[in-house]
Design a protein around this ligand. Sequence first.
Ligand code: SAH
Length: 390
Amino acid sequence: MRARAAARLRAGHLWVYRSDLASTPSLPPGALVSVRDPRGNSLGTALYSSASQIALRLISTGPVTGKEAFHQLIRERIHAAAEYRRRVVEASDAYRVVFSEADALPGLIVDRYNDVLCLQALTQAMDQAEVKQTVVAALQEEFAPAGVVERVEPRIRKLEQLPESKGGLLAGEKDATIFTMNGVRFHYRAGEGQKTGAFLDQRENYAAAARYARGQALDVFCYQGGFALHLARVCQSVTGVDSSRPALEMAERNEELNRASSSAQEIEWIEANAFDLLKDYAAAGRQYDTVILDPPAFAKSKTTVETAVRGYKELNLRALKMLRPGGILVTCSCSYHLSESDFLEMVAAAAGDAHRTARILEKRGQAKDHPVLLTVPETSYLKCVITVVS
Ligand code: SAH
């Protein structure tokens, strides 16, 4: 590999791009390989992908000799990941158990939803049947779940040149359950919705938003009601907006689950394009005390950042205009490609255009069960800024 790739690994990153390989290796998909710098010094052991632009993902800075050692390493890493969550997760039976590179298991995602675990294998190495068996066995030992399901992303399988697969139960019988975050209850049904089902990365931000929220609240891009149902405990009324009908149907069912603990006199779910709705509401002079903005990742690559910023700015501008003095804006971005400083600059520009003053109450990121590995910036993607607006 090229010297710059070796330097990146030495600095603690875990990836080697295909363009940094000295030659095209003839290795089987998902192979375990030892990695050397141009001088032949060992840099550790990695998992190979014959398809991805990320050709190698380091799993150890030392040797991992043979399949048995690799499987033992997986068991140890899953145990460490579970232990870490026991330390950092509070008031929730739903959280990310394994976060890929950040847990030294590149290509593997495992989310816990109460007694059901959901696994995603994103690389050729992690998709191997034997590897998944080891993962499932280790998870059973840690959590004794009633079900372990696999969720597949057709787009990612295509990129990794993996055969099409439907996913489904890998162990146990149960693939639907109810989970609780911060005392708020949610339905979980394997195979439905986005990501592995819920936006677990926002769990701590839901609680933070509820600490400041008040009055009439608008949750834009509400999905299944993550923020909205937390706000319903402290606000007078909550309006959730999303363009997805199935997401809103689930939000309504989640609302029913939490009726007893809701203090809001009114919760409504509106199916609409957020851009159109905000424009109409702003034109109609609607006002709110709390607005949440949690749009999908507009910047999916470096090249689309500029267009994405325009989209984010439009949303923030309209939200700021609709806030009553002293109102709370909770604004998020899950685009890795948009840095925190660019995000803050965008919100500042929107506040300037709206002739409003925004003071930062909290600058937040993803929940601690989605750890950020300092040497792998790609593991840090979520921004959540809470401001008070006058
Ligand atoms: N806040 C949610 C997660 C939001 S994910 C939570 O914490 O659970 C982004 C959501 O935006 C998805 O539910 C998607 O259906 C919705 N969405 C995408 N484009 C939209 C648009 N133009 N208008 C309204 N909703 C949109």
